[in-house]
Design a protein around this ligand. Structure first.
Ligand code: SAM
Length: 272
């Protein structure tokens, strides 16, 4: 029996190291581990196993997927459908192959900043969610700004498939989402490398929960598709990296409006 795996990436100086942890009840069969790695196209990954303390891993992994309440948003999996309140903006996001079920600080910081922008009366007509993963931020923006056109892009085609499914599921639950409205346009692209960004932009709001290194690399591109007076929300930044990321955007003419810190993470809201 295997508990759902957790995948973490660490940035090193000139690249990325990816690490995944798999928890098994009992001794893992080497053939089973090999089959799982092959299925995930990770057959050449090195692995080692060690016993861990006996805890209720099933409850712990379910707790990790507990619903998230952030500002006006309630992000939940279908196993918690009965817990969705009446007075929140409810986003159904199943745990799956794309990042973004709301629990991670990098996501919840973005949800908090989107919520606050809505409360402050900011009303973007065009939104870009770069690195959309599960589509959670695109959906959140779409619910706050009902008339906004939202482009949801990711380098990973599977993430975009998941985001499209999540959009359809949420539309089915909450009649009207995406119907008779500008809607959410999904897009597979590496950074801003697609003509669609120029065609759809400039954007009044760009959200990008990626990592510090790609955010620095993408600074000119993100600044270039942001409308004058528009806002940019950056996340996926370790607190120790925040100054470096900020400097890259200040060099592109953006100014810092807000900084949120949670755990090891920081999120920045900038204005162009
Ligand atoms: N937006 C979701 C959230 O806030 O929970 C998911 C964020 S997840 C941390 C980062 C996403 O960025 C992943 O889905 C990844 O595939 C995507 N990504 C990484 N590099 C990218 C790039 N160069 N261009 C577009 N997307 C990228």
């Amino acid at each position: 029996e295997m508990i759902p795996p957790t995948v973490t990436s660490f940035e090193v100086e000139d690249g990325k190291v990816w690490m995944t942890q798999m928890f098994f009840v009992g001794e893992p069969e080497p053939d089973l581990v090999a089959a799982i790695l092959a299925e995930a196209e990770l057959a050449d990954w090195a692995y080692e196993s060690e016993p861990v303390e006996d805890r209720d891993w099933v409850s712990e992994s379910q707790r990790l997927l507990a619903p998230v309440r952030e500002g006006r948003f309630f992000v939940y999996g279908s196993h918690d459908a009965d817990k969705a309140p009446d007075d929140t903006v409810n986003l159904l996001i199943e745990a799956g192959q794309a990042f973004g079920t709301g629990q991670h600080e990098t996501t919840s910081c973005c949800l908090a900043l989107i919520d606050a922008l809505g409360t402050e009366g900011y009303a973007p007509a065009t939104v870009l969610d770069l690195g959309t993963g599960s589509g959670v931020l695109a959906l959140a923006a779409h619910r706050v700004w009902e008339d906004a056109r939202v482009v949801a892009s990711d380098i990973d085609p599977i993430a975009v498939e998941v985001a499209v499914e999540n959009l359809a599921v949420n539309r089915a639950i909450e009649r009207g989402i995406g119907e008779d409205r500008p809607g959410i346009a999904p897009l597979v692209a590496d950074g801003l490398d697609a003509p669609a960004f120029a065609e759809e932009g400039p954007f009044d709001l760009v959200t990008a929960n990626i990592l510090a290194a790609p955010l620095i690399f993408l600074a000119p591109g993100i600044a270039g598709v942001t409308a004058k007076g528009g806002k940019v929300i950056l996340s996926g930044i370790l607190q120790t990296q925040a100054d470096e990321v900020l400097a890259a955007y200040v060099a592109e003419g953006l100014t810092l409006e807000k900084k949120l810190e949670r755990g090891d993470w920081a999120a920045l809201q900038l204005a162009r």
